[in-house]
Design a protein around this ligand. Structure first.
Ligand SMILES: Cc1cc2nc3c(=O)[nH]c(=O)nc-3n(C[C@H](O)[C@H](O)[C@H](O)COP(=O)(O)OP(=O)(O)OC[C@H]3O[C@@H](n4cnc5c(N)ncnc54)[C@H](O)[C@@H]3O)c2cc1C
Length: 506
């Protein structure tokens, strides 16, 4: 009788290629474990590409007394800025104030706490970028400040504080790249279809592949309960609370580069964030959701809600006609049985599945805390599997694209000089998307034409080939919506040309 082919053996199978799955893959492979990550669609195609794109403490969670979460997240901003300065960039947020809001002294107190909370629990090890960029609050008189110009006259003062903006999708993908460089197997378009405990191992069927592993990590975000249910690991349970959040994109509402945080009567806040040079990103909402997370779409009520908040503050009044695009994502929040969707904890819970040996679930979390979550997961894995022989791993080691020897600002200035032959807009985009890896894309080219056909927005053959080779890109969507956001500027014929190019390569 023919023997069944031997299955590839791993230490850990991670289900889900969002920020948490990819962060955990990086952390575990860095510590010397053999990792297989399976993502059923594209990397970051779930919640991790539909966020508000902030690495932040979450000012409003202070009101919910989530001090531990806010402190951890605030400290993480600095760490992530050092790890990926091209993707995690500080910004000075503006909080406009008027008489109907909480008194000024109370807001100032809240912001002062926010400004100092991260001092406790700093774990910095390596190079420090300019710490000042995240420090200091300021009272702003709008009469003589550029940030007052787009606002209605009833807002005469406001406050300024610091947080960070991040490209959520690219942060996810470079974590996958780092994991892959450390030996992890990363498999987008690979759905985990069945798992079975055989002896002291798990056997998994993943598309056409069969693997075995010692431990499984369920990092399926909003699908975490579905995975448990469908793979018959545990009976249906509601560990996860699905809360939809939507954003809209409009032409730039203001000309400067500072985001606004806008308070509404119901205590919720909406951000107005400068986006991709020519747009403003507005959102988000908090609406209970049921159904397939992949099918979440903005509702007319959510759109009206966002427009109402924004119109209350800005002189330029927006209508539905101004909405260029919208997107919705589903937060996979840990179900702490809180009645209100806004008040459900944003903290994460890691739990060993009852009645299923060596099966770890990730419930909840934020983009901002993915690295601390990954470290905790790795400690739990070590407690089960024991240490590997690998030494010298640092969880806050720089991510791909971060120059190793030079401060990022200096590297960026040199990049612009060296590649002055490229269009300034393209240089800026390459810097912000890829950091030092932009040099790999440009290679030996000494003119823009040498990068090959420009499909629009500066997307050339050289960039597409880099994405195919190093970032698992296969489809037009992979390229124009996740690895770049050029989908917002390319027209139908340009998208068609990219599709034809990809077909010619397959
Ligand atoms: C509107 C909104 C705004 C937000 N804003 C912020 C913010 O500004 N800052 C912040 O820090 N956080 C923010 N968050 C939270 C943050 O985006 C999420 O916590 C985070 O992205 C969740 O990542 P994840 O890896 O757990 O889930 P996901 O990114 O959803 O990844 C899970 C993956 O599992 C895959 N999967 C499912 N089943 C299987 C299977 N059987 N086999 C293989 N793969 C499978 C899915 O395809 C998916 O890609 C926001 C969230 C939302 C919705």
């Amino acid at each position: 009788m023919a023997r069944a082919p031997k299955q590839a053996e791993y230490d850990v199978l991670i289900i889900g290629g969002g920020i948490n799955g990819c962060g955990i893959a990086r952390e575990l492979s860095g510590r010397g474990y053999q990792v297989y990550l399976a993502e059923m669609n594209d990397l970051a195609s779930g919640t991790s590409s539909w966020s508000s794109k902030l690495v932040h403490g979450g000012l409003r969670y202070l009101e919910q007394y989530e001090f531990k979460l806010v402190r951890e997240a605030l400290a993480e901003r600095k760490t992530l800025m050092d790890m990926a300065p091209h993707l995690v960039r500080p910004a000075r947020f503006i909080l406009p104030h008027n008489r109907q809001m909480r008194p000024k002294w109370l807001i100032r107190l809240g912001l002062s706490i926010y400004d100092h909370l991260d001092l406790f629990g700093r774990t910095r090890r390596h190079r420090t970028s300019d710490d000042k960029s995240l420090k200091g609050i300021r009272t702003v008189s709008f009469r003589n400040d550029r940030t007052g110009q787009p606002l209605k006259s009833e807002y005469s003062t406001g406050f300024e504080y610091a947080d960070c903006f991040v490209d959520d999708t690219r942060l996810t993908i470079i974590n996958a790249r780092a994991a892959s460089q450390q030996g992890a197997t990363i498999k987008p378009r690979h759905k985990v279809e069945s798992v079975k405990r055989v002896g002291d191992r798990w056997h998994a069927s993943i598309q056409s592949e069969k693997i075995s592993c010692k431990l499984v990590i369920n990092a399926a975000g909003p699908w975490a309960d579905t995975v448990l249910d469908n793979l018959a690991v545990a009976p249906a349970a509601r560990n996860i609370r699905l809360v939809q959040g939507s954003h809209i994109i409009v032409n730039a509402l203001f000309e400067h580069d500072q985001p606004y945080i806008l308070q509404h009567d119901d205590g919720r806040i909406v951000f107005a964030i400068p986006y991709l040079d020519k747009f403003t990103l507005l959102g988000t909402t908090d609406t209970e959701y049921s159904g397939d997370p992949a099918k979440a779409e903005i509702t007319s009520e959510e759109q009206a809600y966002i427009l109402e908040v924004v119109n209350r503050y800005f002189l330029r009044q927006l209508t539905q006609k101004d909405v260029i695009a919208s997107y919705s994502g589903v937060r996979p929040l840990f179900n702490d049985s809180n009645a209100s969707a806004q008040k459900v904890t944003r903290d994460y819970v890691l739990n060993w599945q009852k009645d299923a040996e060596n099966w770890l679930n990730i419930f909840g979390g934020k983009l901002t805390t993915y690295r601390t979550l990954s470290c905790e997961v790795a400690e739990m894995v070590t407690s089960m599997l024991g240490r590997t022989e690998q030494a010298g791993w640092h969880s806050d080691a720089v991510l791909p694209g971060t120059p190793e020897q030079t401060e990022f600002a200096q590297w960026e200035a040199e990049f612009h000089q060296t590649y002055a032959f490229l269009d300034p807009g393209l240089r800026r985009r390459l810097c912000q998307h890829y950091g030092a890896d932009a040099e790999q894309i440009i290679g030996t080219a000494r003119s823009q034409a040498e990068l090959g056909t420009d499909f629009g927005g500066g997307l050339t053959v050289a960039e597409i080939e880099f994405l195919r080779e190093h970032e698992w890109a296969e489809t037009v969507s992979d390229i124009i919506w996740r690895r770049t956001k050029l989908g917002y500027v390319l027209d139908a014929s340009q998208k068609q040309a990219i599709s034809a190019y990809l077909k010619s390569k397959s």
